[in-house]
Design a protein around this ligand. Sequence first.
Ligand code: NHW
Ligand code: EN5
Length: 383
Amino acid sequence: GHEFWDTQPVPKIDDKIVESGPIENKTLEDVRKEPLTLPPAFEWIELDCNKSDELKEIYTLLYENYVEDDDNMFRFDYSPEFLKWALQPPGFLKEWHIGVRVVESKKLVGFISGIPATIRVEGKPITMVEINFLCVHKKLREKRLAPVLIKEVTRRVNLRNIWQAAYTAGVVLPKPVAICKYWHRSIKQQKLVEVGFSALPPKMSMASMVKLYRINDEMKHPLRPLTKEDVPSFRALLDEYLSKYKIAPEFATDEDVWHWFETRKDVITCYVKVDETTKKVTDAFSFYNLPSTIIGNAKHNTLKAAFSFYNVATTMSLTELVGDALVAAKKMDYDVYNCLDVFENSTFFKDLKFAIGDGDLQYYLYNYSTPTKKSSEIGLVLL
Ligand code: NHW
Ligand code: EN5
């Protein structure tokens, strides 16, 4: 049983869903006007990502306490600049950047965030919040603090007349709308083996492994960083492409697209190919930078990972496009390129020598039921 989740408007694990729509319909009068009650030693705060000390507090909480792999060898290390980007898209609300402090020491021990987004579910655009960076300090685990954070963010989102949410998690909860797999493309073989990210297959030498995973020094296609001038045609391309998927974001304005795809050093990289005569974007790859702390390795402290974001290919195959993304990632000194089996990504894994990971990523919707989707029907990537 799920003491908390059983009380929430989400499908039960064995529900067979055939139609799409909200699970419950509430109005503003139904929403509690006061914050949820915290145990007396704690207080609610809003964090301001424009204040470097507050941004640093979120960073440190996550650096020490956020998501680890199943064997506790790696922990995500989202940088402060990354968090500022992820938490402040156009239309963001500071009141959705929610912290819990210890009253006495002022130490930040809990966090949850929401950002506004329009997500299309089976073609229907729905105003939602994307929930991310839920974190409770390791010393306060299993004390039912997470449900309080979730209820508080729900309340603050509901007060803005928004009733649906999208989120992803490595754990299984009621009820995934899709179950996706992580795949990995090795770039720096030796280091990945040294840190235990990958194993040297039996009967394979390091030299033959290095040779197997060699990546070209130059891209095959004339791709260059996205510019502001490209944005209108890139948005048109992206929106048309995303409309093929059963769950996908809608990038409603040029400002949204520029926010999410402008290249920011060590945060997000987006390259495009532009047609010489029409000047329109025809192809684009993007990936974000999410390193992990390597827990307890004497030689290496961080694993530098690129995560595939949105890719659109029209004048070349998706395989060739992502092949060029790998060239860019190698040049930028990444150790590994990570990718979910969403979109048509499964079509290039074999040719580009990806290997399946040991981690799953579940996709969820809050207060919206819709038939379970295949990973290839998902057109959404959350950070
Ligand atoms: S997923 C990453 C989540 N963060 C981490 O994994 C970091 C490391 N872990 C922790 O910090 C991306 C803690 O273990 C957390 C749980 C805080 C995860 N999502 O406080 P208790 C996101 O940020 C349920 C949702 O005692 P704890 C997405 C669990 O099933 N629920 O546990 C976030 C149980 O409920 P149950 C999760 O270990 C989406 C209850 O929490 C969960 O000290 C949030 C236990 O609480 C997870 N990842 O703290 C939902 N992990 O019913 C948004 C555990 O089974 C919903 N639980 O008894 C939408 C809201 C907005 C709606 C607006 C209309
Ligand atoms: C919210 N936005 O488990 C996200 N990562 O496979 C929160 N495995 O890196 C939820 N265990 O398989 C995130 N190497 C959930 C994911 C949490 C992190 C996670 C997995 C995904 C991962 C690696 C390392 C495993 C270390 C031991 C893995 C094996 C494949 C290898 C790749 C390189 C080439 C050879 C084969």
